[in-house]
Design a protein around this ligand. Structure first.
Ligand code: EPU
Length: 417
């Protein structure tokens, strides 16, 4: 198993380009299932989760071609097996995103129920309930969702909780339904807007994506299209937090600040100097960060996927920060690892009280999930001495060559086996 060894104490400096967004690429790859004509995607990030999704689609019978430019072409003219087996779903929960498109296109789907994961229980009841409201017959047996519908019917569905992949699943299913579907209390994340853009390019009639009310007028058939995946706002935010934490000066290119305004506001509150242009963000950190309180919530509020990285930043702040996680019930596992580096953090329920310390000191730590790994990388970059992060495979699921990108900014990181 790979580990990262980080020599702390180097301020990041230079320019870095962000990759395409993991959480936009995963649903958009599944959108290829909706059309018998090819969908060609550019700016697809090279990540383990993307590779897992591609093998899942490959097993279903999709033909795929990758160009040297990184563009991926998916051809779903034939779908042999509308099935997402346990073996793949257990490694990546986002496999549930195949459910809606498969059902809409094939009239049937069999998708393993994703279990809970490190950060929480993460049920998929809203995905199931929404498809049932559209007329699907669904039974849950032996850990599988078995769904059937000759043709889904447009309906009005209000989510009980705001769910990102739930909104995406139903939005995709509704594109081929008979009639109009209105999704209320929909998630408003930028990745949903990106998916809607791709669906519209394929001939779908979708309006309202980015608001909490999305209206989809079903059509008989979608056609081929090309689409560029949006920049990864969480990778962007991770570089911003890392630069602010190390007191560096970095320009993050190929990104869009609008998708992370809440993160930028909080980084400024924590003392970072941030300037934006249409496609770049310059961040400068100076001295110790200032304390800042954060409460995660659905977009446009502060994203849960940046909570851990922000905690690494304020671990060294002047003053005490209160960080509250409201999306997932178990997303504080990085706290015990940050403590190994000398952070002073107390957790009660889903609230962490972070008393900033002057210095962190290198130690051996363990990554528990994707964003916790990113948090530990940032903490390692600012800690005195050497930090070794074990179980780095979590990081490879969601960050493309992060150690290469950080090394190009002057960080001293190496991967060891
Ligand atoms: N929930 C339900 N029932 C459902 C669906 C969700 O109760 O049917 C609950 C969840 O348990 C959670 C809350 O609703 O408490 C929100 O979960 P959501 O469904 O929005 O999460 P998700 O769609 O499974 C996506 C991202 C996550 C990100 C969350 C929140 C993808 C592939 N994943 O997950 O990304 O944290 O939205 O923004 O888009 C990551 O990239 O590190 C990551 C975990």
């Amino acid at each position: 198993m790979d580990k990262l060894v980080i020599e702390g104490g180097q301020a990041l400096a230079g320019e870095v380009r962000v990759s395409g967004a993991k959480n936009a690429a995963l649903p958009i790859l599944c959108a290829a299932l909706l059309s018998p004509e090819p969908l060609t995607l550019s700016n697809v990030p090279r990540l383990n989760d993307v590779r897992t999704m591609q093998s899942l689609l490959g097993q279903m019978g999709l033909r795929q071609e990758s160009a040297a430019s990184g563009a991926v072409s998916l051809d779903a003219s034939r779908i042999d097996w509308p099935l997402a087996p346990y073996e793949l779903v257990k490694t990546m929960r986002a496999s549930i995103l195949a459910l809606g498109p498969l059902l809409a296109r094939c009239g049937e789907a069999r998708v393993s129920l994703p279990g809970g994961c490190a950060i929480g229980l993460r049920p998929v009841d809203q995905h199931v309930k929404g498809l049932q409201a559209m007329g699907a017959e669904i039974d849950l047996t032996h850990g599988y969702i078995n769904a059937r519908a000759i043709r889904l019917k447009g309906t009005r569905f209000a989510f009980d909780v705001v769910t990102v992949t739930g909104t995406e699943n139903l939005m995709m299913a509704a594109t081929l339904a008979d009639g109009v579907t209105t999704l209320e209390n929909a998630a408003r994340e930028p990745e949903i807007v990106d998916l809607a853009r791709c669906l519209i390019a394929m001939g779908a009639r979708v309006s309202g994506a980015g608001s909490d009310r999305i209206v989809i007028e079903g059509v008989d058939r979608l056609h081929g299209a090309t689409h560029a995946i949006m920049p990864d706002r969480i990778e962007t935010g991770t570089f911003l937090a890392a630069t602010a934490a190390t007191g560096g000066d970095v320009v993050v290119n190929g990104t869009d600040w609008h998708a992370l305004a809440a993160v930028i506001d909080k980084l400024r509150e924590a003392g970072a100097d941030i300037a934006t242009t249409e496609s770049a963000i310059r961040v400068r950190g100076d001295g110790r960060p200032r304390a800042a309180n954060v409460r995660t919530a659905p977009f446009p509020a502060f994203p849960t996927d940046m909570q851990a990285q922000f905690m690494a930043l304020v671990a060294r702040a002047e003053g005490t920060s209160v960080i509250t996680e409201t999306i997932f019930e178990n997303r504080m596992m990085h706290v015990q690892e940050l403590r190994r580096l000398g952070a002073d953090i107390e957790v009660e329920g889903n609230t962490a009280v972070v008393r900033g310390v002057e210095r962190l000191t290198g130690a051996n730590v363990m990554a528990t999930d994707l964003r916790a790994s990113a948090c530990l990388v940032i903490a390692g970059l600012v800690a005195d001495g050497e930090t070794t992060i074990d179980r780095i495979y979590h990081l490879d699921r969601g960050y493309e060559r992060i150690e290469d990108k950080l090394c190009a900014l002057g960080a001293r990181i190496r991967r060891v086996q």
